[in-house]
Write a protein that binds this ligand. Structure first.
Ligand SMILES: [Zn+2]
Length: 191
């Protein structure tokens, strides 16, 4: 769960540029997403840090090389998802779009279609809440199926792989039946 919280924080981190009075600039780019993944890669390096500041990677509860790689990929994708969603959303502030290809290009890009309505910042207007609640509802309806799918895949993949200290079954037995219902049944019986 800690992993999911970190990835949620990563996915909103690009908007920290608002603190510097810029919006959808270099932080909203493929370059920044790759940099974020690189930072995760460095942070999970065991030789550099006695204990990794990141918990076991989401989905893959393994340690070592594979864990590092999945953290780097997960952080890159979480950051990039923000860029893609902003690229797809309505933008009422200039310059319109996101600086998608920074540092290679500094021009702003915007999708031809708008999947998400703009968020109103005019909180002094009476329709502020109605308008923004509608915008949030549209986002939830469009993104919930994706979120449910990702959580489902992660649950399926981690099944039979995670073994707590109190679990009587050795990890080797779990590795033998990772696929299908047999692993699930065996895990339940072990509890
Ligand atoms: Zn943004």
């Amino acid at each position: 769960m800690a992993g999911a919280a970190i990835l949620a924080a990563v996915s909103i981190a690009p908007d920290l540029d608002l603190l510097f009075h810029s919006h959808r600039g270099p932080t909203h780019s493929a370059g920044a997403a790759l940099l974020a993944g690189l930072v995760a890669w460095v942070l999970t390096r065991r030789s550099a840090f006695a204990a990794s500041p990141l918990p076991p990677s989401p989905g893959l509860r393994r340690t070592g090389r594979r864990d590092r790689r999945s953290w780097a990929v997960a952080v890159t994708l979480a950051w990039a998802s923000h860029v893609v969603l902003d690229w797809l959303s309505n933008d009422t502030r200039l310059p319109v779009g996101v600086m998608a290809f920074w540092p290679l290009m500094r021009d702003y890009h915007k999708a031809g279609i708008e999947m998400f309505p703009a968020i109103s910042r005019r909180y002094w207007l009476a329709e502020f809440w109605v308008y923004n609640l509608k915008a949030v509802a549209v986002e939830v309806v469009m993104l919930a199926p994706i979120a449910i799918l990702v959580v489902g895949i992660n649950k399926y993949r981690s099944r039979g792989r995670s073994f707590g200290p109190g679990d009587p079954r050795p990890p080797s037995a779990g590795a033998a039946d990772t696929g299908g219902t047999s692993g699930r049944r065996g895990r339940r019986a072990g509890r």
